[in-house]
Structures are given as structure tokens and as C-alpha cells.
Design a protein around this ligand. Sequence first.
Ligand code: F6R
Length: 242
Amino acid sequence: MKVVVVENYDEMSLRAAEIVEQQVLKNAKSILGLATGSTPIGLYGKMIEGFKNRSVSYEQIKTINLDEYQGLNRNHPNSYHSFMYENLFKHINIQMRNTYLPDGQARSVEEECERYEALIDRIGPVHLQILGMGTNGHIGFNEPGTPEGSLTHCVELDESTRKNNARFFESPDAVPTHAITMGIASILKSDRILLLASGKKKAPAVKKLMEQQVSEDFPASYLWNHDDVTLIADRDAYQLVE
Ligand code: F6R
């Protein structure tokens, strides 16, 4: 794992955007793996700036998102479909038909998980996967206890995850209890992975990650089993690493 420590959130976002832009310039038909949450919002902002000010084009790329809440209509303001549209897709020249997220309202969740994994295999591998990390070490919604061989599956969200994500909802009870997420093995199929971490709230998780002990108790540790991962952490997130 390559580790880059930067000053703050803005610099983390800028460094990440440079890597995304290099990828897209190298291959206009890049497949990007995308995440939601607070962490990548700055990156998406820099990508939008690059599109507007430096003509970086996303016209031919395809995107595959990590996860979606179960039970939310894609037009619900807190769905990850809406998140991606509002924070990135509507601002750049991506073709919406080339953007993929799990369908949180599929009639059969099992079939949806199979369909999504097959889609990853058909249009992938993802060239560059963007990841954030939960305070409990989750990546995607792979909570502690998820096996390394897991493919796209339905998960019951940890109470800590629901609490952390309650800030986006009108009340903590409104946070869905389940989600569909790419599994660990689905994520590790990516050619290259960029893990972002910002803020002191993530410091214990970054410290744990850097102990390099691969364990299902801390899913981000599986990233040590991939040979092309870059962690970009800001000083606050990295402060507990000796
Ligand atoms: C989002 C996702 C999650 C988040 C993680 C961190 O698609 O898969 O793993 O990356 O929960 O969330 P933030 O960035 O809000 O701290």
C-alpha cells in the first residue's frame, strides 16, 4: 500500500482528482468505481472543476458504484442514485446510461446482487476504484465479519453505520436498515484502488489499517491483499499512526 499524507481535506481531494484525471486522460473509456458519503464530495468537486475549466471529458467513461440503500426509491433524496447525480453526474458530461448502481428496490434482492456482480464482470474490471472507510473499517457496506470472498450481497447495516449516516436523514430511524453492496472480492477485482481518509474521526480506523493485520473484524485490512492500493490521508486522519 502506498501512503500519501497530505495537509487537509482540500489537498486530499485535489490529489485524488489528479489521479482520476490521469486515469481518464490515459483511457477515455475508463471504468471508475465510485463511492458516496462525505469523503469523496471534495474529489467530485475537483473533478467538476476539471471538467469546466480544463475540459477533462467524462463522455466515454463508465462508472460502477459500490452500494445502495435497500428500500429507497432511486429518486429519494437520500438514495445513492440521487447522491451521485447531485454531487457529480449532473455537472459533468457523463452519459447517464453509463452509470451503474445497485437497484435498492429490486423485487428479488438475491437476483439483483447476482445481476450486479455479473455486470461488474461484464463491463469491468474497474480501472480505478475510489473508497472511503467507515469508522468501523467498513469499505462499501462490508461491515466487520464480512468474508474476503464475498461478492455483491445484501447487508444489515451496523448500528454505528446507521448512526454515522443519520446526518443525511431527517431522523436516525429513517436510515434504512439494509443495503446492497459490492463484496470484498468484488472490490479487490479492481485494477487499482484509491482509499481516502480525512478528519480526526477516522484516525483510529487509519491507525488500525496501518497495523497491517488482515482480519475480517476490520474489512479495510483486506486491502493489504491487493497489490495496487494508494491511501491518501490528511494529517488529522493520520495523526495516530506512529
Ligand atoms: C459509500 C461507502 C462507505 C463510505 C464510508 C465512509 O459508498 O461505501 O463505505 O465510504 O461509510 O463514509 P464517509 O465518507 O461519509 O465518512
